[in-house]
Design a protein around this ligand. Structure first.
Ligand code: FEO
Ligand code: CA
Ligand code: CA
Ligand code: CA
Length: 554
């Protein structure tokens, strides 16, 4: 397929300047408010964080920490522009509200020294929070206290297991972990994605129990939270679905690792648009594919099915061929059945010929199915390039654009192009490799990426704050300002900085009302005086609106 005509929007806001201010900066005519801070109450029966450290039982009812991916769900028969159910990932604890600085320092330097009580507390503060939210007469959003939808899913609670690898895992599994990015299904369930394949809090737990996509029904009508093994086990970033007019659906997924591949899972049958319960096991049956990119701009989806594409007993895993010009020695892996393929998905992908990418973070699908964008955040260890990962020591990352054959979720071939190379011409003294080709406001390390329902492409960054820019004496924050969110025009590739975060944070999570008048964005791991001056910094969900109440970006 030829590239689709790219949409272009005349966004009206004036770019925010890159800055290192300890606040959230938005364009003139926009404002922000705080919706949900780490330590705020989700389930009733406790007070929120007020300075004292919680018991695990209290933390189990609070918003956890390190807010990351999120999705807003419309409540049936209510106005979705003024109310909804928000599901938010808590990737990691905000330790500063859980225990003393000395305790944090001790368990950070030596995780094995953490006591059982400290582990339980940390596990209480991770997972997912679901909250009913409503917009008041003053235009401000807040959590609806005591809503029947308000619920925590933590690192201590129990999760069902579905799909072909279920028999080889604990059932139920204790905890969901490293809930990084997220997604949703066409039947309005939440997908929280585990970006770790081990339990770093509790090494006694079986390792294969983590690294899955977990399906949660925010309305608590369908199955209990379930780890969906058919979608593969790796360092999951988000999921983004593409559905066709026959209600067949594919989920696109990245493995944020070096090396990490790009995947899609195609459900075996069509979903029901009228009967939610009929979709209860949709994610247990289907085919998992890995993307192989050819240098000529074509590509194919290779099926990860035992017995096919080399996935047999005695398979040879080539390992990470990107990090050294001397390839590692291949490793023998036995794929005896589909459970082996799903538990060792990373290895299966390499055996099947999947292309190892520069850390695939979020993926997004255009509303008309004509484009898929992938944020490849960076890979400073890359030494061997290929057409899709063209830079050695890729410090600033890039964005890839793909198009499925026939714009179909069922396609087995696609085309692709490099959409954008991140970096900044001001870094030219460090070499052309750091410059990139961004037109307009520059950035490093794209991570969150989402095309809103109107078709506008938004990009959020996660450059490592202590990281260096590639030029001696220039920190990455000095080169690019704090992590930020950008509008990038798909036709002109012009980038405009929309929001800049406070000290130390990354920007992640994008949700919005159907009207697009209210955007929800997560500020993860701030380290200064934000959000409340004089108090400890706390990860938080913020709402961005226009003072004239028009749609964001319009
Ligand atoms: Fe938790 Fe790959 O970001
Ligand atoms: Ca991320
Ligand atoms: Ca990241
Ligand atoms: Ca993060």
């Amino acid at each position: 397929p030829a590239p689709a005509p790219a949409p272009s929007f005349s966004v009206t806001f004036n770019s925010v300047a890159a800055n290192q201010n300890d606040r959230v900066t938005v364009p003139t005519g926009y404002e922000t408010s705080i919706l949900l801070k780490a330590g705020d109450v989700i389930e009733p029966g406790v007070a929120g964080f007020g300075g004292a450290f919680p018991t695990p039982g209290q933390a189990e009812k609070w918003a956890g920490g390190n807010h990351d991916g999120m999705e807003l769900f419309a409540i049936p028969n209510t106005d979705a522009n003024t109310s909804g159910v928000l599901a938010v990932n808590f990737e990691y604890p905000d330790f500063n509200i859980l225990m003393s600085d000395a305790d944090v320092a001790a368990i950070t330097s030596n995780p094995a020294s953490a006591t059982a009580a400290q582990r339980q507390l940390a596990l209480s503060a991770v997972g997912v929070g679901v909250v009913e939210i409503a917009k008041g007469a003053d235009g401000k959003w807040s959590v609806v206290p005591n809503s029947r939808y308000n619920k925590r899913y933590t690192g201590n609670s129990a999760y069902r297991v579905g799909g072909p690898a279920a028999g080889l895992l604990s059932n139920p599994i204790k905890g969901t972990l490293n809930n990084c990015a997220s997604g949703r299904t066409p039947w309005n369930t939440y997908l929280t994605c585990e970006e770790t394949t081990d339990n770093y809090f509790d090494p006694s737990q079986p390792a294969n129990d983590y690294g899955w996509v977990v399906e949660i029904d925010p309305f608590q009508e369908l199955a209990a939270p379930t780890k969906r093994t058919a979608m593969g086990r790796f360092d999951h970033e988000n999921t983004a679905f593409m559905a066709n007019s026959d209600r067949r659906v594919a989920f696109y997924m990245g493995d944020d690792a070096t090396p990490g591949c790009i995947y899609k899972f195609v459900c075996e049958r069509a979903f029901s648009a009228t009967n939610r319960a009929a979709n209860i096991d949709m994610l247990d049956f289907g085919q998992l594919f890995v993307a192989r990119f050819n240098a000529d701009g074509t590509g194919e989806w290779r099926l990860l099915q035992q017995g096919q594409n080399g996935l047999v007993v005695g398979a040879r895993d080539p390992g990470d061929i990107s990090q050294s010009t001397t390839p590692p020695a291949p490793r023998t892996v036995d794929f005896r059945n589909q459970a082996d393929v799903l538990i060792n998905t990373k290895s299966a992908a390499r055996v099947a010929g999947g292309t190892v990418m520069d850390r695939p973070e979020w993926i997004t699908v255009a509303p008309d199915n004509t484009a898929i964008f992938v944020a490849l955040t960076n890979n400073s260890g890359r030494r061997v390039t290929d057409a899709t990962n063209p830079r050695v020591t890729n410090r600033h990352g890039h964005i890839l654009k793909m198009r499925e054959s026939g714009d179909s979720p069922l396609a087995t071939t696609f085309t692709w192009e490099l959409f954008l190379l991140a970096g900044d011409p001001a870094l030219r003294s460090g070499g052309e490799n750091l410059v990139g080709n961004i037109s307009g406001d520059t950035f490093s390390s794209p991570d969150g990426i989402r095309i809103d329902p109107q078709g506008r492409l938004w990009v959020q960054t996660d450059h490592s704050v202590p990281g260096n820019s590639g030029v001696s004496g220039v920190t990455i924050d000095q080169a690019f300002g704090h992590n930020a969110m950008f509008y990038v025009d798909q036709k002109t590739k012009q980038s405009k900085r929309f929001l800049v975060g406070p000290l130390g944070c990354e920007i992640t999570g994008i949700a919005y009302t159907p009207s697009l008048t209210d955007f929800f964005v997560n500020i993860q791991h701030p380290t200064g005086n934000w959000p409340i001056n004089g108090e400890k910094p706390r990860s938080s969900t913020v709402v961005v609106t226009r003072t004239d109440k028009q749609p964001v970006g319009n």
